[in-house]
Design a protein around this ligand. Sequence first.
Ligand SMILES: [Zn+2]
Length: 103
Amino acid sequence: MTAREAGVVTLRAPTESKLDVSAVEELNCNELVELVTDYFEQALPATEVRRFEHHLETCPGCTIYVEQMRQTIELTGRLSPEELAPEAETALLAAFRDWKKRD
Ligand SMILES: [Zn+2]
């Protein structure tokens, strides 16, 4: 297996070989959300990265989610594992709420 640096930005299909991705149990959206922190920390094993990226290829919603996560990380400048995973969405929504809220 190639020690490819977990592509944080480049979400490419594994082209190196005929990896039988379909034989692997697929991630569902909830699992992806749970793994996203590890994914950005490059803490996922290669197999998991493969499943993760495979899900992204098939799920536009999660692609957007991961993209938002990436932007959040860029904005905050770092990852806070405890906070990031499920609450990133909340944080994003809160950011939108902030400029609406006047009182
Ligand atoms: Zn999904």
